[in-house]
Design a protein around this ligand. Sequence first.
Ligand code: CU
Length: 499
Amino acid sequence: MSHLLSSRRTFLKTAAISTGALLLPTANGLGQAETVASQSGADEAKADYAVRIKVAPIEVAPNRIISTTTYNSQFPGPLIRLKEGQQVTVDIFNDTDLPEQLHWHGQMVPVDIDGASEEGTPFIPPHGKRRITFVPKPAGFRFYHTHNRAGANLAAGQYNGEVGPVYIEPKNDPGDYDREVFLVLKEFEPTFSRGGDMPQNFLPPVTTKTLEAQGESAMKASLAKGTPKGYEVGYRSFTINGRMLGHGEPIRVKRGERVLFHILNGSATEIRSLALPGHSFRVVALDGNPVPKPAQVSVLWLGTAERISAVVEMNHPGVWIMGDLDDDDRHHGMGIVVEYAGEKGKGQWAAPTLQHWFYTRFAKTGAQPQAPDQTFDMLFQKDNAAEHGFNRWTINGVAYPMTGEMISPSVHLTQGKRYRIRMRNASDDIHPIHLHRHSFELTKIHGKATSGIFKDVVMLGDYQEAEIDFVADNPGMTLFHCHQQLHMDFGFMTLFDYV
Ligand SMILES: [Cu+2]
């Protein structure tokens, strides 16, 4: 299996033949475009890409085979390389027995393309097909994934293998690196547990006492009634690009090379970290959007659905494990070997020094955000084990119905206006908050005003507050939700519309 590794030259070649080609799984994995005969009939023009949703076996380690729903029978789904502003046609085939939604995460597409039934995107019918045409934007590292609900079904939604990377090439690419490597982090074989082990100490501890008091007293009251803690999800196998640590091809590098890693946390529920002993990451983009001030860090942290693009200068020869800081998760597969040319032996790991993860490290110092036209307050709360043993999540006291139909929007937007959402988390969980079809700017986080960082997912720490601004520039129903599958399926969602 490949680890999405390719030279820049190969990518240019791939891009050049992408029109009129179908992306198909090949023996060595991702990103390989091949021109094949149309599968959609002679009377219809061929699509630029075809994605086939299909249950298939994937081998995460020798003789460790998992049956899961995939894109094109592989994990991750094929790398889809698009060009900013250049229209593309994609055929989505659904070879499963259930209706499907394919979400173009991080792209500013219309509602009928976006891939969220709550917004009104049509389903891809079971054993049917949808052809979509859209103009990719903005440039950068995006991804596609299922937007099906899973609820209590750990074989559904993003618990399965429906995740694939998208790279939208900018009109101008300064290209200050030698080659690109795409990494998709993903766990398999989910199981339920009571209470979780989510890492909590990596965000700056800027908590709000009133939120903490509110959350703690609600939890105490629930536990006092004899209610156990709500279900959480754990996993048996952990992979990077679909292979457990030690069982995939290493990333082969040469001394002096500058490798641009595009890293995606494709997890349904988990926060991931990544370090490479003896090396540092120069973070150049968050969620695909260039940051105002690239900076070096030794550890990357990614909430569910977050992406980081970072350049590593290969200047510390050896054979290393690039892996998660959590020993247990790494021992169960969350890592990949980086091997220098001429070096041999087992991958070495060394725990890095812990630093807090400040998004603001990549912002311009002292930059103040533009004033919004209007501000909305949102309070996030957990109702412990209230939904058949699952935690119920509310935004301003309202849980989105578990049945998933479109409901009345909670926020009405006027096109062209700038909005601020003041988010307050009265729970002890971290929430990767996601806004569909728009990018937002971080304007206050870790207790400080900031500007210039544009994202589509942001981690909101336990009992913390943050503010995000966005411009209403893409009319239509817009979903706002926590990207943790267990949270979004159990209420943590709301809709915006345009008046
Ligand atoms: Cu959440």
